[in-house]
Design a protein around this ligand. Sequence first.
Ligand code: C2E
Ligand code: CA
Ligand code: CA
Length: 920
Amino acid sequence: MLFRIYVFFLLLATLLFSDTYIPKSLEEEAYLKQLRTKEIRIGLRKSEFYNISTEEEKSLNEIVKDLFQNYLNLNVKFEEDYYYNLKTNLIDNKIDIIALINREDYSNRFLNFTNTLFSETIFVASTSTQLYTLEELEGRDIYVAKGHLYKTYVKAILKNNGINARLIEVDNLNDYKDKLILTPTPVLYNSIYGVKISNSGGIALGLADEYSDLIPILDRILNELYREKFLESLRNTNRALALKNFYNSLTPKELEYLHTLTELKIVYESEYNTLMSYLSKLEGDYKGVFPNTVNQIGDLLSIKIIDETHGHLKTLTDLKAEKIDMIALSHTRERSRDFIFSKKIYEIPLYVVNLKTSTDAHRSVGVLKESVEEQIARRYDISSNITTFEDFSEMMNALNKGLIDNMLTANNTYFNPQKYNVSFFESVPVNMAFNKENVVLRNIFDKAMLHLTNREDILKLSTIEKDTEDKILMNTSQKVKNLFYLFSLILIIGLSFILVKLYIEKKHKEELLKDPLTGLANRFVFNTFCSKADDELSGYAFAIDLNNFKKVNDSLGHEFGDTIIVEFSAFLKHIFSDSKIFRISGDEFYGFIDDDLENIVQKFHGYIYFCPNMVRHGVSFSVGFCRKKSSLSIAEIFKYADLAMFEAKNKKEFKFKLADEKFIAQKEREDKVFNVLKENIDGVYPVFQPKLSLDNGKIVGAEALARYSSDSLGLIPPLEFITIAERYNFIHKIDYTIADKAIAFVKNELIKGTLPPDFRMSFNISVVTFKRTDLIAILSGLLEKYEISGKYFEVEITESVFVTDIQDLIGKMKALSELGFLISLDDFTAGHSTAGILPLIPLHIVKFDKSLLDSIELNREGGSIVYKSLISLVKELNLKIVAEGVETAEQLEFLKEQGVDYVQGYYISKPVNIEEAPLF
Ligand code: C2E
Ligand code: CA
Ligand code: CA
């Protein structure tokens, strides 16, 4: 029996995640069949780079093998050889396919290419010569591997940039790696310095003429499945090599130190709220370039990064006392008496602020004591009159009272533009500071920054994170939104004021309002557009987001990404020639059109013809619409258009959604529920549904279920508020509150002596909560608070937790078990493909979903067979079974016969409110 169930799951799994290619037509099937009759010879790249695999990831060559051998199931023979030989071998008909060849390599006309798998970036790199800009290559010798395709390419680029450099061909580039070398894989040569010359064309599969019919099939497979695999492997290869280079660069002493290093206590810059580091309002931790740099290093080296920033005051003293390991701090002369510094991580701008009314703006300047500002002020000798202050508000007071004329500060919080002049002064580098004794750690950190992080990428990531947070905050709720909107309007007016003022001094005013890449109006213009309360306006607002863009941008390079953005913008300008269109951020556009929806949609479809690059690379877009009505402000219709766009999101094709009455009503309701919840989340309380043991017919447990009712909205269904709480990231508050109250209830019964023997109370923990790092601490804290053992409790989780990091999952489950908690798998059904994972995780109980019982009602025979086989599967694994949703006597009878351990359902009891109906 068990064997049959396994076969069933196996079949199900193969159907769902098929491991072999399924031909899309009869012709294809015939063609593949015919191909399988002969041996196909595939040449692979013989180079370390293509053969680096790790425990989790296959090497690039292994993925090629997997594609042809397993996925296409062809009869293949692989041969590894050097790039140059592969090409001659193909001409000499010794091989049929070259795996991973540059598409620009037209050196022979026998070759046909698939679409690009990934693109290479060409670098001039070195292990020892510092390089930052292209200009530094002037007059230098650059070494390049003999016969390398990029030689001519790079020559042309350098020439175009007016740079004279000599390209010298050598047999073994490795001998020259401390000089300047030309390579797409600098990491292979241990290089730490490099300038990017250009993006090359893509790397693809090259096929002899005879096999050109295979190309459309390969292209489809690449698009659907394998490009992603190649990219993942490429990332992994680069990561593995970077780690190797990093470890090679360490001295024995540093290496030894690193082995013992398990955690680092860090205080980030917390005052200036710049992209460098800022407090995330959504997640409550520090984000930005600093935290991201440090966390990335921590992740790669398995060092736990402990963020001590919150409310930390005596950072300098604590660093001196070695209570913390690193802080963010700019390098100044005074500070280097006590501390040592890493290389620059980021730059922050310094501003000169003075009162508008002050006439002579250059007499005296205030700075924070012993700050970089102070050092800079002294260096520039801005004034012979420098006053130092202990804190910012003190300095601000002095400015307002006219005790000082200027202040030099990095603080760019809001200054009222009516009152103050703010102008940019200069940027100062920020570093990490370490205790003077801790040279080894500083060196490790510097090396890790060089080898393991990429400044550009981190900057990009941080920008995206901050934008996303801003956007979520914007959408969060009407009320919050209005406030935020008002605030950002003030801020934007203030900011534009300052910016415009600065700008006039330099260039033209209009340029500022245009997005430089596309020439479309930018976010500032959009905000002004919104602020016009225009009741006359009629038509549709739309919000657009490109699909698949990020992937293309990452794989084919940013220049190519820009090409797509420009192409798409031109398309928008073309179809809506005289309407408002805004580029809101990277690949997001807003617009307002006075036309019929049908016409608009019709026009959008035209991108197929207008945007060849988009189409070729599988980039499409989603649109959300909302019609202007008098009841909705402009800002609101864009909000709904944006929300509708999210729901239209589709990876593959152009899709749109209209925010109609129903949609808007639903979102408004969500907003209301969200607001009510946010105001009083503690109002959530549990009801309890008893659980019956079929062994002895006694109540042996109960499940705590969350309820919420508000004065304005009445009782809100749990699934509604729970979904919202999950979406906006505060479900943990509900879960923890219910756990708290459930534990308090049990403790109380225990004291009264009314708790039945072997009673266990269960409560639900959402996936989102389960992923949190505070889970174990909070739950064990509750046990301590009520001085009660975990053996009275059970935690219900759902299968969705399995998609998280399995190591983390198992770790937490074990920790819970150690506290005495049992763990049950909630909502178990036959439909999930995760049954295979059950034996791997430390679980105690499986709760069969109500739908399983219901399916018996629908299809007596089939349904009960499924139920029975699932029971034997679960029992085989030594797990207990709870059947949920028992509503009739027949069902109870059936479950008894099947040997189910516990039942829960309306037939036994509905969930009850403790005050009204005691459990026992
Ligand atoms: P669940 O964990 O599967 O809880 C069982 C649900 O089935 C409860 O719905 C319960 O009232 C209902 N039920 C029990 N017996 C019967 C029956 O015989 N017939 C029918 N038709 N229904 C029955 P409820 O209370 O509406 O909760 C819905 C869901 O909300 C829960 O499903 C759970 O996923 C979630 N939930 C409830 N409380 C919490 C909580 O504190 N935290 C989290 N994360 N989720 C919770
Ligand atoms: Ca449950
Ligand atoms: Ca359930």
